[in-house]
Design a protein. Structure first.
Length: 518
């Protein structure tokens, strides 16, 4: 493009260019340089954005030294690598064009005394530029060329609305990144948890620091953000007194309370900071003038609540819960089965609540739960919303759960929809179930805030499955990502021989299921 532009200008010199035509060419050349520069930044941003995603997923500390064949990359990952390389090449091409355009502009801007001197000076500059393109034929001057043809149509291209510069507001830049990620996930997909965390974190950052042009953000702002977040109360949305207030105003109001509410913990604050930095890296990739916000090492504020270590429930507490569940009346069947399904399969509460009768299928002579199936709501298939990419899986049923009567209960559900339909009268079924389970545990005296909760049952199940079958089977049963690259090889879901082993799993030591089995 730069060579064509130079050729047209050179041809106009041959026809006799006056000062007005020269000024017009300089203006058009400047616009072309701006357009090429933005395209270069956009290509660099896309390349870096793709690589950042791969870095987060595969922890590639040094892509130049670690061969990619060591990683279990699927076809989509290889496609992203190829796309990143392609955008790198595009950025390099635009960089070369910018250099050539700059040389031409410098030649045109020379203070000339007369047009003939301009002509000679520009001819030399043009030949120098064109000589940089090996194999490119140098166009010859043409006489009587219309001035309308002096510049190619490409210089009038409109600027891309998604272009990010140092003057772009963070909210706008973030929306470009988040929209690109949503489009990459597919139009029919539901928002994933990571997308929600990104949106929540950047909204909080803008709330605390302000919505500024990218060039105005400083590394110290990350410390200021963390300091404010350390005094933000947990579950603030549940308190009407905080409605409509900014985070700083909420902090001030909570300080004035007679009994200030507990604040966010270290893990939550670290997660918010990490999400902001991840989004910042994608939004500012290839943007000149944007600072590296990771350059500041954050000190965790003393006001932040210490992280709570969640663990499994003691056997005595499990037996108390089992006895209480067995006493539930038929109309309280959802309370009867939720604890037992959670502790014996390791499924998350949100996964259990959204179970449908059709999810229980037969495979190789065994009844399993297939979380890979879509939900059917109002006769339409809806994508099942799960927490992580490894959550769509097969869940094998241990014999204790079958003997307790869970499979028989599901087969006898009258409406062939949700297994636990009692929760689906609420706007948020999983949240309704969580609150009911918490209140029940408190009543039974087996609840300890954050440490001993319904989710603790996954810790119990993880321990039992890992003890009997090893990490590989326990990871696939509970939907955990493998801890190393080798664990990603093989099949991603439980295979018939593994389901067979789980079907023979002994009842965990000390667990008293007699209230159900008898």
């Amino acid at each position: 493009m730069a060579t064509v532009l130079a050729a047209k200008a050179f041809q106009n010199f041959g026809a006799g260019m006056d000062r007005k035509a020269l000024d017009s060419s300089l203006k058009a050349l400047h616009e072309e340089m701006e357009s090429v520069s933005k395209k270069k930044r956009r290509a660099s941003w896309k390349a870096n954005s793709l690589r950042n995603e791969l870095d987060m997923e595969f922890n590639l500390d040094d892509k130049e030294q670690i061969p990619l064949w060591r990683y279990n990359l699927d076809q989509y990952d290889l496609y992203r690598i190829e796309e990143a390389n392609k955008f790198d090449g595009v950025a390099d091409t635009y960089a070369a064009s910018l250099e050539q355009l700059s040389r031409i502009q410098d030649a045109l801007k020379l203070e000339q005394i007369e047009v003939e001197a301009e002509k000679v000076g520009f001819q030399n500059a043009f030949r120098t530029v064109v000589s940089m393109n090996a194999g490119t034929a140098v166009p010859q001057p043409q006489q009587n060329l219309p001035q309308a043809a002096c510049l190619p149509p490409s210089i009038t291209e409109e600027v891309d609305d998604e272009e990010i510069t140092a003057n772009t507001l963070l909210s706008s830049a973030a929306e470009v990144v988040l929209t690109a990620r949503r489009e990459a996930k597919g139009a029919g997909s539901v928002p994933d948890r990571y997308q929600e965390r990104l949106e929540t974190a950047v909204a909080a950052f803008i709330d605390v620091i302000g919505d500024l042009p990218l060039r105005k953000y400083l590394p110290i702002h990350m410390q200021q953000f963390a300091t404010v977040m350390a005094e933000v109360p947990r579950n603030r949305s549940k308190y009407p007194e905080f409605k409509g207030l900014s985070l700083k105003q909420i902090v001030e109001k909570n300080r004035k309370r007679k009994s200030p509410l507990p604040c966010l913990g270290v893990t939550t604050i670290q997660g918010s900071v990490s999400e902001v930095l991840n989004l910042w890296g994608r939004a500012t990739a290839g943007v000149d003038g944007a600072k590296d916000l990771k350059a500041y090492r954050i000190t965790m504020p003393s006001a932040a609540a210490k992280s709570t270590v969640r663990e499994g429930l003691p056997i005595a507490n499990l037996n108390t819960w089992i006895a209480g569940a067995a006493e539930q009346k038929p109309r309280e069947a959802h309370k009867r089965w939720l604890p037992l399904v959670g502790m014996l399969t390791g499924m998350r509460l949100g996964e259990i609540v959204w179970l449908q009768v059709s999810d229980l299928v037969e495979q190789s002579g065994h009844t399993i739960i297939d979380l890979r199936l879509p939900l059917v709501i109002n006769r339409k298939e809806v994508e099942r919303r799960l927490k992580t990419e490894t959550s769509p899986r097969i869940v094998a049923l241990p014999p204790a759960l079958i003997k307790a009567g869970f499979v028989d209960y599901v087969r006898n559900v009258r409406k062939r929809g949700f297994v636990f339909s009692a929760f689906h009268t609420a706007d948020d079924p999983a949240d309704a179930a969580s609150k009911q389970m918490k209140n029940w545990m408190v009543k039974l005296g087996i609840h300890e805030r954050q440490r001993q909760t319904f989710h603790s049952l996954r810790h119990n199940a993880k321990h039992w499955y890992a003890y009997h079958f090893g990490e590989r089977i326990s990871d696939r049963q509970l939907g955990h990502a493998p801890s190393n690259i080798g664990g990603k090889y093989g099949f991603q879901v439980l295979q018939p021989e593994e389901i067979e082993r789980i079907s023979e799993m002994p009842t965990p030591r000390g667990l008293d299921l007699s209230p159900f089995i008898s």
